[in-house]
Each structure stands twice: as C-alpha cells, then as structure tokens.
Design a protein around this ligand. Sequence first.
Ligand code: TRP
Ligand code: ZN
Length: 466
Amino acid sequence: MTPRTPAAVPLLLVLALALLGSGCSGGVEGTPGATGLRDPYFPGLGNGGYDVTHYGLKLDVDPVAGHLRGTATITARATRHLSAFHLDLAGLHVESASVEGRPAAVNRAGKELTIRPGAAVEDRLREGRTFTTVVRYAGSPQALTDADGVQEGWLPTADGSVALGEPTGSMAWFPGNHHPSDKAAYDIEVTVPEPLTAVSNGELVSRRTVNGRTAFHWRTAEPMATYPATVAVGEFTVRRSRTPDGVRLLTAVDPESEAASEDVLAEIPAVLTWAAERFGPYPFASAGAIVEREEDAAYALETQNRPFFPGPPDTALLVHELAHQWFGDSVTPKSWRDMWLNEGFATYAEWLWAADHDGVPVEESFAEAYEDEANWAFPPAGPPSASDLSAPPVYGRGAMVVHRIRRTMDDDGAFFALVRGWTEKYRHGNASTDDFTAYVEEETGQDLTALWDAWLYGGGRPPVEG
Ligand code: TRP
Ligand code: ZN
C-alpha cells in the first residue's frame, strides 16, 4: 500500500483500485503473457499465457524475388487473463495485428512480438476463452543459423524454397508459439506463380489457379508442433496413392531427383505397414515424402505427414524419417531436452529394419554404436548445449537406451506392446523423459533406476554387461 493512500479509504476500495491499476494500460485487469516457456535450451522460445488451437496461414510467395506476404490467423485459448501476449517471429515486417476483430498494438523486440489488444476486447482474453489474432506481415523470409551451424528456417532451393523448422526455424515464416509443447491444427494456403507447386503438411483440400497464380490449400487436422510444419515451393512431380491400410500417400519430387528416388519411395507403403506393426497405428490421415535436390539442404527432416529429403534418401533414412511420424510428430517432446526420445527411437527403428530386412541383428547394431566413441560424449538426456541436440549421443546412445529396456524384458512381444502403449498413451501429445521413465517402470513393474543412471543420465560408458 502506498503512503499516499488516505487512512480513511475503506480497505476493499483500495484493493479494487490496486487490482485495476495492476493492468499495464487502460484498466485491463489481465497480465501480460510470458515471453518464453523456459525451455532448457531456448528459454525465450514459445510464449506463456495461451495455447494455440489453430493456425490459418495464407502465404503469397514470390520465389524469384524471395518475397513472402502472409496473413496468420491464430486461434488460441487463454490460460490466464491476458492484457497482452507474445508471438515469436524472426525477420519480416509486421504490417498490422488485430485481436477479436479490433486493431491491436504491436511491439517488436527482436524475435518477440508483443500484441496488446484494445480495451474493448479485454474480456475476450479471460482464462479459458478462445480468441483470434490476425497478423499481417511481409518481407524476405530468411535462413537462420542453428547453434550447431546448420541452416534452417526459409531456405532457397534451385527452383523455389523450403521451410525447415527444427528446432526454431518456423518463426522465420509465420508468427506463433514456436515451442514444441504447443501443438495445433493448421490450414496452410500458399499461392505461387505457375508452373510451381506448393507442398505442405496434411491433405490438399483445394487448388485454384487465377491469373497465373495457383493457391494450394493444405489442411492438417491432427495436432502439429510448429517445427515439423513445412512449405516447399518448386517444380514437383506429385504422385498420389494409398497404402494397403488406406492411408493416403502423396509424394512431391523435384524432377531432377525423380529417377533416383523412384525405387526407394516405392517402399513407403511397406515401411509404414512394418512400422505400424511395431509402433502402433500410423498416427495421421496421410503420409508421403518431399524430395528436393542434394544441394538444397544439408539434412532430412521429419516434416509431419511428409518427411523432407534433400535428394533421394536411402532406405535407412526413409525408415528413420517415417519412424519420426510416431516418435516426434505424434508423440512430441515437451521440451528440447527430450530430443533423444525422437532420435533414439528413430535410430532404433533403423536397427529394427536392418534386423528384419538385411539380416543385421539388433545386437550387432547396438555393439557398433557401443564401440563408437562419438556416442559417449554426453548422456542422451542431457546435451550440454543447444549445439549438441543433434549430436551422436542423442541418436546412437538414445537407441541404446531403448535396447537396454528391451533386454530387461522377458520377450519381444512384451517389448513391442510396451512401445505401442507409449505411442498410444501420448498420441498427438507431448511427453518428457520423466514421462517416459515413469511409463516404462509402471508398465514393466521394474525399478530401472540403475538403467536410467547408467545409460540415460550418467556420463561415461557403462559396462556392456552392466
Ligand atoms: N531431426 C532430423 C533427423 O534426424 C535432423 C535434424 C535437423 C535435427 N535439424 C535438427 C536434429 C536440429 C536436432 C536439431 O532426421
Ligand atoms: Zn531423426
């Protein structure tokens, strides 16, 4: 209470005034949402105070000029009464923003946009309410350099561009809550000049050409984090089919990569059927692949529904990225510390495939990983810094953790039931390392503290028979 308060003012009135005064502007009672979600590796990533349920992105892309004009319609539920909130956006110029149809003030500080809705709509941002924000923006979307020196974001390709978002690149092309813990549905409509194609996640719901420009409207109904979202613009040969299980398939292949990727892409249905038997039902309505040219990017990525490959993949890489549809895209890390749950399982899927198809026993893959010095640089559940998130221990040692769990179990049937139960329990959700260890201990009825300490958290190389 301030010294200026007259003693005679009744306490209740003082409290009411204090509450009113706590909003930053115009008597709004809410408080601003946090600028970040305190991710252990990217503390400023994502934003607090709301939960996005749907992104409606309309993008007009001029690949020659490298220009993009976008309208993002973001539907979100307030998780507390907000007076203002943040969105992440890297580069690009914000032209205007509105909340619930009323103009909103926008403030820009680096990659953080602060949106301050007008007092007229303050009631619509009370806890539990759903509100809509529209952001109009434009500019030349940029490639961002990761902590490990790799490029992500909006990357120019030989005949267009591709958006790759792991771990933080999606903020280069749309404003949003760019932390893996906030998953949402998407409608992504991309307009490109003829004869180019725009490929994205989910299913193509419409395609219309007007005055030499074609709008491709893609819909993702199942929840998606922002990092597996993509838009690939270029010349593509698009093929559609269905798997024996009825999953719609769509592959988009750069004509230069077509001949060399035909055989491997023909394996997609068999890989998905094989994976579904081991990991549980395929989690999405459609699948496929996007194949660009080798020089277009430095790595593949598990973009949802349709993994991205720079050039024709080999079968192991195809298996890896398709396995990520279960491990990463459907069951998504709660924070970037849980990255090994993605890469450990995707690597283990490669080992399983090699055992079932190439006569390489999993024990052999395990032994090879165990001998590889690179896998012992740090424990998989604790990469020392953001630049280590894609380092070998996250992959190889992560897969070793999965195999050590398998070794504690009586039979393979029980092990695969455990894996299927995991993908079912957290299907379309988020899971952490703690969720995983608790789940495994509960399901197996074992105290696995020693296993976790030695293989998941501990430094150094545990004895192989330990
Ligand atoms: N997840 C990708 C894969 O394994 C690789 C990758 C791309 C990655 N960007 C990353 C891994 C950033 C960690 C961090 O196919
Ligand atoms: Zn991977």
